[in-house]
Design a protein around this ligand. Structure first.
Ligand SMILES: CCCCCCCC/C=C\CCCCCCCC(=O)NCC(=O)O
Ligand SMILES: [Zn+2]
Ligand SMILES: [Zn+2]
Length: 476
């Protein structure tokens, strides 16, 4: 869409006063200070979730006092905004984010995780990347547009989930059901997970934007072994702990099949080929020949490995009641993330074959298939709107590529409303930032956050187009 942007006569420039820029970062700091932690399905900080609702009322008064915006609280804490456009013939779209966060072990952090402290140009704290930055940037961009008398042509929804980190069943799932009951169909959805990736690929100097167009599936699988308890002074040859440990070890030592051939990473690397110098450019241009070599290299890194195969992470283990009692039961939970080219049924079959022990019982606690792949062609409005906005807000980024989300987002609850689900946070991400998500020392640069607000400010206006995206000539 280079040089062919959709301009409206009354387009509002994304220029903000010094006062507005300061208010933006202060609003994010305040949001970080509310410890909206999701521990488990049963356990969340409900007081903080309620406080967060009051907080957004306070900092975004115009959003809550505009006649064409309807606000509803769903599932007690999630927020659904319906922004009525002036042209009902234009199919609505949706911006999503979540404001619950994973716990933070305060002692490990350089800066207290719920302080929202600004230091050296960064705002520190849990949720600065995942995903209060998006919650606040969406509302902030809308607030700024409204104070400039903006009225959208295309209707849109904003959904802010309160339980994404524990599956989204009370928030996103209920909001989706509500919208479906109202007969809503969406042109596209934008949610978290893609980024502008910087430094993820050795020898690639340039950052590139990755818009995830699919998301891995998942299985939470409990493995259980029951044995007759007894006195530890005369132990049997095998105990429940030994049998289960051997099964888990086989799982860990046997990687799932390499799906590089049928994944998005292959497309991404082919698209990036010309950015590399000799000989990598030749290798990537000729994957028909070098595929085995490249996929072996990708297996060595945990992130790229997660992009080319289904992964099995042993995350919980429980066994034994007393030191001198043969344990009656041993249980372990495995968190499996399914590559988009596979299904729950296929993966369960593979797992059972690897374990190959009838004494091990399998209990599927939760399972869902990978998300369907969203379109990226010239008519795919969501992808093209993001592409266009990336080009205008990040002119230094000249590669936009489709990717896969290796985590799971609330967007999977909305597959009934659209075929266009695009996962993209307009924020630079380096490998150490990636490790900070659910890890320690999560932070966002003040400038990065302000640019995120600008991006959404532009994206909302770009999405007012009534034209079909224009075919373009460059890659993808
Ligand atoms: C060669 C290309 C390298 C690509 C590197 C991809 C880097 C990954 C970028 C972003 C991933 C961020 C994952 C965030 C997942 C957020 C959702 C979440 O936490 N959900 C809960 C869950 O999955 O358990
Ligand atoms: Zn998230
Ligand atoms: Zn998360």
């Amino acid at each position: 869409l280079k040089g062919r942007e959709f301009h409206r006569a009354s387009r509002i420039p994304s220029e903000f006063s010094e006062e507005e820029l300061v208010a933006m970062k202060e609003a994010l700091k305040g949001a970080i200070q509310i410890p909206t932690v999701s521990f488990s399905h049963e356990e969340s900080n409900f007081t903080a979730l309620a406080e967060f609702g009051e907080y957004i009322h306070k900092v975004f008064p115009t959003v809550f006092n505009t006649s064409f915006i309807q606000h509803e609280v769903v599932g007690n804490y999630s927020h659904l905004f319906t922004i009525q456009g002036s042209e009902p013939r234009l199919q609505p779209y949706m911006l999503m984010a979540h404001f619950d966060v994973v716990p933070a072990h305060e002692e490990d952090w350089e800066v207290a995780p719920f302080s929202g402290l600004e230091r050296d140009g960064f705002i520190h704290g849990r949720g600065t990347l995942d995903n209060k930055n998006s919650v606040m940037a969406i509302l902030q961009a809308l607030e700024l547009l409204l104070t400039r008398n903006y009225k959208p042509r295309r209707s849109f929804f904003i959904t802010l989930g309160h339980d994404e980190e524990v599956s989204g069943t009370n928030g996103a799932q209920k909001m989706s059901a509500l919208l479906q009951a109202r007969g809503v169909q969406l042109a596209f959805i934008v949610d978290e997970c893609g980024f502008i990736l910087d430094g993820f690929i050795p020898n690639l100097q340039k950052p590139f934007a990755m818009i995830s167009i699919s998301e891995k599936g998942a299985i939470d699988l409990m493995l259980q072994v029951n044995m007759t308890p007894g006195h530890s002074s005369a132990p049997p040859k095998e105990t429940s702990i030994g049998i289960l440990s051997a099964a888990l070890s086989r799982l860990e030592q046997t990687p799932m099949p390499n799906m590089f051939k049928s994944g998005m990473l292959k497309t991404m690397l082919q698209q990036l080929a010309s950015e590399f110098s000799f000989p990598t450019n030749i290798v990537l241009r000729n994957l028909w020949l070098f595929e085995p070599l490249v996929s072996r290299v990708l297996e060595r890194n945990d992130v790229t490995n997660a992009l080319i195969r289904t992964t099995t992470a042993l995350t919980m283990y429980n066994a034994g009641v007393k030191v001198n009692v043969i344990p009656p039961v041993a249980k372990a939970t495995v968190n499996i993330r399914i590559h988009p080219a596979q299904t729950v049924v296929e993966v369960l079959e593979l797992i059972k074959n690897i374990v190959a022990d009838d004494r091990v019982q399998f209990h599927v606690l939760r399972a869902f298939d990978p998300l369907p792949i969203s379109p990226i062609d010239d008519q795919a409005l969501g992808y093209q709107m993001l592409h266009q906005t990336i080009q205008s807000v990040f002119p230094e980024v000249n590669i936009v590529t489709p990717g896969t989300c290796i985590g799971n987002t609330d967007s999977r609850h909305y597959t009934n409303l659209t075929t266009g689900i695009y996962l993209f946070n307009p924020v630079y991400l380096q490998p150490q930032d990636f490790r900070s998500i659910h890890g320690i020392n999560e932070k966002i640069s003040v400038q990065g956050y302000q640019t995120q607000v600008k991006f959404i400010f532009e994206l909302i206006q770009n999405s007012d187009t009534d034209r079909k995206p224009v075919p373009h000539l460059h890659e993808l």
